[in-house]
Design a binder for this molecule. Structure first.
Ligand SMILES: *Cc1c(COP(=O)(O)O)cnc(C)c1O
Length: 252
């Protein structure tokens, strides 16, 4: 749990903590139904709906993995926590949306994990710009975002594009692909969503053997479909609205 120099709004802290505990209970129950260990599943609390102070209630409640879908919003909240937390070091930031290549140098040093490598161009830039430039002391772990629903409106790589990216990134030592990310279609029924998550796992399994890689992470499942994702092997859930239920949303 994170502590702050000044107190956060007490009612918001209490509500976010309740949401966090109730989510953890549901995650544990879904894990048990799937014969999985609850601690094999990490929740990334998605803070994009709220301002930095409200977002800070999550690490104050014990959720130390935080996600944003826009780089500028991530920088802003990252900086806010650096300034206001007594020690912000335990917070791990995840970018779960598109990273423009001109924002790469500023974003990469903030990141625990980039979930959303969505083009060969981005993968190549990351490989080149992280190489030997001391952006980080260790390789940047990334996931390839796959369009699992086939919907045009969804971003992400086709399976063939993902194989090209895997091949292209193998030589780079500044980034390391450690898994896949996917989003169920907007109009997918719960059953279809689960089938889409199962498909992502199948590709992961196939590419692990084809490329001799270890791809342990599957980032799939949001507020509305995380239980299906857990059943299909999700290791990272990206949860936003469920954690901020009952809180006035103040987009930053
Ligand atoms: C907003 C967002 C989420 C969280 O969605 P909720 O339904 O609010 O839990 C997850 N993944 C991505 C990529 C998002 O942009």
């Amino acid at each position: 749990m994170l502590e702050f120099h000044a107190p956060l709004p007490a009612a918001t802290v209490a509500r976010v903590r309740d949401n966090w505990l109730s989510l953890q209970a549901d995650v544990a129950a879904a894990a048990q139904r799937a014969n999985r260990q609850p601690d094999s599943i990490r929740v990334v609390g998605v803070t994009k709906y709220v301002d930095p102070e409200t977002a800070a209630c999550l690490p104050a409640a014990g959720c130390l993995d935080l996600g944003e879908n826009r780089p500028q919003m991530l920088w802003e909240k990252h900086a806010w926590l650096q300034e206001h937390a007594i020690d912000a070091a335990p917070v791990r930031w995840h970018l779960i949306g598109h990273l423009q290549r001109n924002k790469l140098r500023r974003t990469v040093p903030c990141l625990e994990l980039l979930h959303s490598v969505d083009s060969l161009r981005l993968a190549t830039s990351l490989g080149e710009q992280t190489a030997g430039k001391a952006l980080r002391r260790i390789p940047l772990p990334v996931l390839l975002e796959i369009n699992i629903s086939g919907e045009d409106a969804k971003t992400g790589l086709t399976p063939q594009e993902a194989r090209d990216v895997l091949e292209a990134t193998l030589p780079y030592d500044g980034i390391q692909v450690i898994g896949l990310m996917g989003m169920a279609g907007f109009s997918s029924s719960p059953k279809q969503a689960q089938a889409e998550f199962a498909q992502l796992r199948c590709w992961r399994d196939a590419w692990q053997s084809e490329f001799g890689l270890s791809l342990p992470e599957l980032s799939m499942g949001m507020s509305g479909d995380f239980e299906a994702a857990i059943a299909e092997g999700a290791t990272l859930l990206r949860i936003g609205s469920r954690l901020f239920e009952g809180i006035e949303r103040r987009p930053a």
